[in-house]
Design a binder for this molecule. Structure first.
Ligand code: C2E
Ligand code: MG
Ligand code: MG
Length: 682
């Protein structure tokens, strides 16, 4: 080396075998010279070191040569430090990775001198290289970013997932790469991460026109950064969706099935509990099932079943649930029902959806459906039980050739009643297992609740309610009727006093009195006194119902008792009118206030004779200055007839089934007579 080089810097660095200080000089005539310390004992670079015309060290890897020359030029022009980064080829054929830096100084004589050092990073670089291969081979995308969200490093897979090139990804904000919803979640997680160790969330990434992908994002906070692992779970989600579809749909018709209903029921039930509303459970079948079964062409049959489902669906709201629970059997959950009173209108809508014939492959089907209805929670709390009970009602609807039937617990009891009832009745009364349920009586003009009938229900240990027809006669036969009446009287007075004091109800509660109790007038009056005393209920808020037959069996006695009760401000009404043999003269002599037409006439007013009996009874009662109540009003059609006939009061499933006290309280709280009148009494 003939040229004089400046004194050598970085003396101490010479002690390290993989660091080499160097001086690069560009003479005024443009020649490059390198100077290396002679003491250096590196096996990868030696003095003297030749340079080419662009200033590149002679053994630089050919593919790094152009970039090196360009960077050197920029450093020279800008007089800025130069980040040395290149590979050199050893005579042995080995390649070494060199990193380093050099700083240029322009001399007055036109020379430029760089002082710097090179650092053999081959071993580190190799490790990085292998790490890179490992990271790039894993299917998850990995990204590391700082607490502000700035990306420090990312794997190639991550770049693919977010559709961003490797060059632009560094120093990008992680939040800018993600759609807003994901970024929001991520930002929340970042804030939370100071207290949480690890967070996992799933979301959908959709960028520009690329297909959306489902990702599971695992966020792991490290000391000064976050490691985020992105798993593409699109395929998994798709497969899960396919499996769900298969599990929850009928394979032939594609309609949601029983498994779906079972799965969704807890959610519907929860909503009903929170909103304190009822669920109407509907069992629906076409009237002419045989006609459908007879269709030989399976494709036509399945299309027809789908079309039937569509018609039902057209009458439902989005929150209602429809499922195919049999070959041609559907179950519907009607949600958000405040009162059972509204159900008829909704069911009507379904029935009307079949007014027009259904066309399938040029064939026309004129169909109508039968519907059985029951309610959660009053008719059952378990889905299978509810479906069973709605099915029972459907069966009754079929039997009686009507469009809809409401479930009545009488349908069930026949299956349950046995001789143990007799054995257990006494204990049940003593244990207070006989409960008073209440059914409202509604003024036909104003929609106001003007009375409430207390009806006995025997709750068995398995939660079933046995109906009075199955134990009242036993109670009478075994001398238990007084006990039973006392129990119901006490409960009725207690609850009505509570509702009265809460300002919920100013109407009387009526209690049924058995014929046998008329034989012991003193005991009956004493029992009533006691119940009123204990509860504090004003006497005018208690009413007694005696059946026509019990009153007519000993009219004189009946008249005496009714008069005595009225003297004490307690009114009596005549129950089940039409089932006994009344004499008009006797009837006139009773100081009664109300007459209740037996439900058997009301339920069957399609029969002209019944209709005429109802008409005559109403006219007669009005002539005797009695108000008339019609029991067993289940349908709007009957309601309208009764209104035309000028009946005064209505009692029946159309408004409400007999309810337990808690549900009755809720009903009283919500009852909006004005609204009920407006909606139903026009
Ligand atoms: P009832 O006094 O005539 O009571 C009316 C009956 O009609 C009740 O039956 C009621 O649930 C039912 N009902 C109400 N609306 C409708 C409707 O829209 N459709 C149909 N199909 N039925 C409706 P429940 O509760 O089964 O009582 C039956 C009978 O048992 C009562 O007839 C009453 O005579 C007697 N009973 C009930 N509780 C007692 C009680 O505590 N003591 C006595 N001695 N007898 C009672
Ligand atoms: Mg009654
Ligand atoms: Mg009755």
């Amino acid at each position: 080396m003939t040229e004089k080089m400046p004194p050598f810097p970085y003396k101490n660095a010479l002690r390290q075998e993989n660091v080499v200080p160097f001086i690069r000089k560009k003479t005024a005539d443009g020649t490059f010279l390198y100077s290396l310390p002679e003491e250096s004992d590196c096996d990868w670079i030696h003095a003297p070191l030749a340079a080419d015309s662009d200033g590149c060290p002679e053994n630089i890897h050919w593919s790094d040569r152009a970039a090196y020359a360009d960077a050197l030029k920029v450093s020279e022009t800008d007089e800025k430090p130069f980040a040395e980064r290149f590979r050199i080829l050893l005579p042995s054929g080995e390649t070494h990775w060199i990193f380093g830096t050099s700083t240029p100084v322009k001399k007055k004589n036109g020379e430029i001198v760089w002082t710097g050092f090179w650092f053999d990073v081959s071993s580190l670089h190799q490790q990085d290289y292998y790490n890179g291969i490992v990271l790039d081979s894993i299917p998850e995308g990995v990204v590391v970013f700082d607490k502000q969200g700035m990306i420090l490093t990312a794997t190639k897979r991550f770049c693919d997932i977010v559709h961003c090139s490797e060059d632009t990804i560094r120093s990008c904000s992680i939040l800018s790469l993600l759609p807003e919803s994901v970024a929001d979640t991520m930002q929340q997680q970042l804030l939370l991460s100071s207290i949480k160790d690890r967070a996992i969330f799933t979301d959908i990434l959709q960028k520009d026109d690329y297909p959306p992908i489902h990702v599971e994002i695992e966020l792991v906070p490290e000391d000064a950064a976050f490691i985020c692992v992105f798993r593409d779970i699109t395929e998994f989600v798709r497969r899960e969706r396919d499996l769900r579809y298969l599990a929850y749909h009928d394979t032939n018709t594609g309609i949601e099935n029983q498994a779906y209903l079972k799965d969704i029921f807890p959610k519907v039930e929860e909503n009903s509990k929170v909103g304190q509303t009822l669920i109407g459970v509907l069992s629906i079948e076409p009237k002419s099932l045989g006609q459908i079964r007879a269709i030989v062409n399976r494709s036509v049959r399945f299309k027809l079943i789908s079309a039937i489902a569509d018609r039902i669906r057209s009458a439902l709201r989005d929150s209602d649930v429809l499922a195919q629970t049999g070959a041609c059997h559907f179950t519907v959950l009607l949600t958000d029902i405040e009162f059972s009173i509204g159900i008829e209108r909704k069911v009507d809508r379904i029935l009307k959806a079949f007014d027009d014939p259904i066309c399938v492959e040029d064939l026309e089907f004129d169909l109508s459906v039968c519907i059985g209805v029951c309610f959660y929670p009053q008719d059952g709390k378990i889905l299978s039980q509810l479906i069973e009970r709605a099915d029972l009602a459907l069966h009754k609807a079929r039997e009686t050739s009507v469009g809809m039937r409401l479930y009545n617990s009488e349908f069930l009891t026949a299956q349950v009643i046995n001789h143990t009832i007799r054995k257990n009745l006494k204990t049940a009364i003593e244990n207070h297992d006989i409960k008073a349920f209440f059914q409202p009586q509604i003024d036909i003009k104003t929609g106001q609740i003007v009375g409430m009938e207390a009806l006995a229900r025997w709750q068995t240990s398995d939660g079933l309610f046995i109906q009075p027809k199955d134990f009242i006669s036993d109670a009478e036969e075994y001398g238990l009727i007084d006990h039973l009446t006392k129990e119901i009287l006490d409960q009725a007075c207690f609850w009505n006093q509570k509702w009265y004091s809460m300002g919920l109800c100013r109407a009387p509660v009526s209690v049924n009195i058995s014929a046998r109790q008329f034989h012991n007038e003193t005991r009956l009056l004493h029992m009533i006194d006691e119940a009123l005393d204990e509860s504090g209920l004003p006497p005018y808020l208690l009413e007694l119902e005696l059946t026509e037959s019990s009153a007519m069996c000993d009219p004189e006695n009946a008249q005496k008792i009714i008069t005595k009760l009225l003297d004490n401000n307690i009114r009596c009404s005549l129950d089940d009118f039409g089932t006994g043999y009344s004499s008009l003269a006797v009837l006139r002599s009773f100081p009664l206030k109300k007459l209740k037409i037996d439900r058997s006439f009301i339920l069957n007013m399609k029969d002209k004779k019944n209709l005429e009996i109802v008409r005559a009874t109403i006219a007669m009662s009005h002539a005797l200055n009695l108000s008339v109540l019609a029991e067993g009003v289940e349908t709007r059609e009957n309601f309208n007839i009764l209104k035309t006939l000028e009946c005064d009061i209505i009692q029946g499933y159309l408004f409400s089934q007999p309810l337990c006290p808690e549900d009755t309280e809720l009903l009283l709280m919500r009852w909006d007579a004005g609204q009920v009148a407006e909606e139903n009494f026009d």
